[in-house]
Ligand binder design. Structure first.
Ligand SMILES: Cc1ncc(COP(=O)(O)O)c(C=O)c1O
Length: 442
């Protein structure tokens, strides 16, 4: 039995959602929930935003969707220019899809097609990291180091290779700081050399690990070091920013803070903030140009890629984020929120680590702070905590199995970027109480 909460709380019928307003959700029984994790870090500007709803309604009045091979549209064009301006001049192509998994799937395919277009069709292999999650479609799952989600599908997944997770709290050989980043980059380089660079298409990683680790930012210098290794060996870098991007970590691109520009990046979740499903694969100009010049088109996409109303929703969400300077708010207030959580939770000896970037914060629970030994898996602590918090009106995101697949208990806190001061204080207070009650077995 895995401890995956994807089927809900495993306790029968879920409450029926009836309404959302700002940072709160309401169920049919009249219960109110503070959305302390934006579901799985998805709802960037909270719920029921009138401006976004009006933009969606207005678009539906005009036309719901123009099929991508027949029409362009104003929302699609404006969103594309906005995304390119937010990501930086290095990027030149945006491919839309409906979920983070599809955005990752497209990222993998763009890498393969790029090498094919360059006449290096032997470069078919992907390297990813242990304790990572890139999605549930077969390709994205193939590069996910998430044992519990892969197990039933093993044998039908692509043959990808894995290197160690970049986790300063659980480092290999007790390494720390620059030595840790160097050792991890060295491991990647040895892996590329062992496989043969002529076989390796790309290295994919989450700049801040989400569900697979419980919000784990890479150690200082890691991204730069692996980027340099990949550049040296002609291996593309794919940044999976589905959870950590779109402003969630306090810069629009999470990797901006590491001084790195990847070759391809995937975004989703916060892009349209949950109003309508939308994700995107954003590609460096020269990569996309090379594919188009030699093979006519980038061969990925779906019937509803660039769905007009989804683009209108994302455009409205992103305009609000820009107008209200919410990414800066996340950066500045995120540092304070992290400190507040560290102060409030430090008194629980089972809280081993409180870490994160911006509004993507992970709390890891342990049996022993000194040895970092995880809690016994059979206690299913993160699940119990998530359930306790939910019953008491707080949504957080429990993630289990970050230590070897079975053990390890973390929860993610990821409030909407525009949560008020009062709501953030309520989040800290409710979470503290939920931890207290769960530890007490209540
Ligand atoms: C880093 C990362 N990549 C990809 C995905 C897959 O996104 P989706 O669930 O929208 O398919 C997720 C989802 O949690 C994610 O966190």
């Amino acid at each position: 039995m895995t401890r995956n909460r994807s089927a809900g709380w495993g306790m029968g019928a879920l409450p029926r959602i009836v309404r959302g307003e700002g940072s709160y959700l309401y169920d049919a029984a009249g219960r109110r929930y503070l959305d302390g994790s934006g579901g799985p870090a998805a709802f960037s500007i909270g719920h029921g935003n009138r401006e976004v709803n009006a933009a969606i309604a207005a678009q539906l009045e005009r036309v719901a969707c123009g099929y991508r091979y027949l029409f362009s549209s104003e929302p699609l064009e404006e969103l594309t220019s906005l995304l390119l301006s937010l990501c930086g001049p290095e990027f030149g192509h945006v491919l839309y899809s409906g979920s983070g998994s599809e955005a990752v799937e497209s990222a993998l395919k763009v890498a393969l097609q790029y090498w094919d277009a360059r006449g290096l069709a032997g470069k078919k292999h992907f390297i990813a990291r242990e304790r990572s999650y890139h999605g549930n479609t077969l390709g994205a799952l193939s590069v996910s180091g998430f044992l519990e989600r892969r197990r039933p599908f093993e044998g039908s997944l692509l043959d990808a290779s894995f290197v160690s997770a970049a986790n300063a709290y659980r480092p290999p050989r007790a390494l720390a700081g620059a030595a840790l980043s160097e050792a991890l980059a060295d491991e990647l380089e040895k892996k590329i050399e062992a496989l043969g660079a002529e076989r390796v298409a790309a290295f994919i990683f989450e700049p801040v690990v989400g569900a697979a680790g419980g919000a784990v930012p890479a150690p200082e210098g890691y991204a730069r070091a692996v980027h340099a290794v990949c550049a040296r060996h002609g291996v593309l870098v794919i940044a999976d920013e589905v959870m950590c991007g779109s402003g969630r970590c306090g810069t629009w691109r999470a990797l901006e803070q590491d001084g790195i520009v990847p070759d391809i990046m995937a975004v989703g979740k916060g892009l349209a903030g949950g109003y309508i499903p939308l994700a995107a694969t954003i590609v460096r100009r020269e990569l996309g140009d090379a594919i188009v010049a030699r093979q006519g088109a980038i061969l990925t996409g779906h019937t509803y890629s660039g769905h007009t109303t989804a683009c209108a929703a994302a455009l409205a969400v992103q305009r609000i984020i820009q107008r209200e300077a919410l990414v800066r708010r996340v950066r500045e207030r995120g540092t304070v929120l992290l400190a507040e959580l560290q102060a409030a939770l430090g008194r629980f000896r089972q809280v081993g680590d409180v870490r994160g970037r911006g509004y993507l914060i992970g709390i890891e629970f342990v049996r022993d702070r000194a040895t970092r030994e995880p809690l016994p898996p059979e206690r299913a602590f993160s699940q119990a905590l998530g359930q306790r918090a939910f019953a008491d009106g707080l949504i957080i995101y429990p993630c289990a199995g970050n230590v070897g697949g079975a053990a390890g208990d973390t929860v993610i806190v990821a409030p909407p970027y525009n949560a008020s001061e009062g709501e953030l204080a309520e989040l800290v207070e409710r979470l503290t109480r939920a931890i207290e009650r769960t530890l007490a077995g209540g």
